[in-house]
Design a protein around this ligand. Structure first.
Ligand SMILES: [Zn+2]
Ligand SMILES: [Zn+2]
Length: 326
């Protein structure tokens, strides 16, 4: 099989021919139909995350068909499954036992510590595979597995905020904006200075306002979610909050947050982060997508063009989500 492999940090992915792997007990082998390209993959490639593994096949938004099963699995050959970022949690630590497996000390992550979806086949622990909404095809289901799912966890952390700011209007925001709107919230989209295309994209998906992230919000926000990896957005978002409002940081990595006066936080404003996902987030989100019409915008790339997809993502050359198709 072909796999696009990160051999060294900060270097281009290398196309390798590898034997098709055989599943161990509890694992399924998946013939990959589509794999999303996530901003986290840029941080994996850059070596910006703790406890990496090399070489690694990136990709944690995997949609495919089970084509072989290990001993003792419940999944059957022919089932369609999704493989998200959380590839393993021990089920025994204090976090797992209290419903926070997203924080598990022994967690391992797909496309980071476990070979992922930039390939024709992959292996996955069947307990961490997700069922996907039936009416969404493979290409459009892939971005749901992280952009949608982590975005949804961020949206949940925003509580019942009616006026919601979204900083960075990429794969996650474009899905979450539609869900937020369906829930009756007002979406304010903050994009890179001068990125008129992203602002127009946000408006087309129902944002009541879209403008530059260095502009003040036209109205005080109840909550803001930051998807862009820029620490400078934290104090900016904070300044746009009403008292008691909350800033949710959704990215796995951010540049340092600049210092700011305490009075910007005063008034019971909060700054929180969202880390990873739980399987119940996954099940809940996929059920929601069966009820809420979400239009996922994808930019399709051949598997062999994974490097180009990463570079286009870094440069902001497309709207929505990039997806690799083997
Ligand atoms: Zn655990
Ligand atoms: Zn991701």
């Amino acid at each position: 099989m072909r796999a696009m492999v990160l051999q060294r940090f900060d270097s281009a992915l290398v196309s390798e021919e590898r034997p098709v792997p055989a599943p161990d007990p509890g694992q399924v082998r998946i013939r990959i139909k589509a794999c999303g390209v996530c901003r986290t993959d840029l941080h994996v490639v850059a070596g910006e995350l703790a406890n990496p593994r090399l070489p690694i096949v990136p990709g944690h938004e995997i949609v495919g068909i089970v084509d072989a099963v290990g001993e003792g699995t419940r999944r059957r050959v022919g089932e369609r499954v999704g493989v998200p970022w959380l590839g393993f949690a021990d089920g025994t630590c204090e976090y797992c036992l209290s419903g926070h497996e997203n924080l598990c000390d022994a967690a391992r992550f797909t496309g980071f510590q476990i070979d992922g979806g930039y390939a024709e086949y992959t292996l996955a622990d069947e307990r961490f595979c997700l069922d996907l909404p039936r009416e969404v095809d493979d290409l459009h289901a892939a971005p749901l597995l992280c952009a949608g799912l982590i975005g949804y966890r961020c949206l949940s952390k925003a509580g019942d905020a009616r006026r919601l700011g979204l900083y960075g209007f990429g794969a996650a925001a474009h899905i979450i904006a539609q869900i937020a709107r369906h829930q009756g919230r007002e979406v304010y989209a903050f994009v890179r200075h001068g990125d008129d295309q992203a602002a127009a994209f946000a408006r087309s998906l129902g944002a009541v306002w879209a403008g530059s992230s260095d502009e003040p919000s036209p109205r005080p926000l109840d909550a803001a979610i930051i998807f862009a990896p820029l620490g400078e957005l934290v104090p900016r978002a904070l300044r746009n909050l009403r008292k008691g409002g909350r800033v949710v940081c959704g990215g796995i990595h951010m540049t340092p947050i600049p210092r700011f006066p305490y009075e910007w936080l005063w008034g019971e404003r909060e700054i929180v982060s969202v880390a990873n996902l739980t399987r119940s987030d996954g099940a809940e989100f996929m059920r929601l997508v069966e009820q809420v019409p979400v239009s996922v915008h994808v930019q399709r790339y051949a598997l062999a063009d994974a490097q180009e997809a990463l570079e286009d993502l870094r440069a902001g050359r497309f709207s929505g989500a990039a997806v690799l198709v083997p």
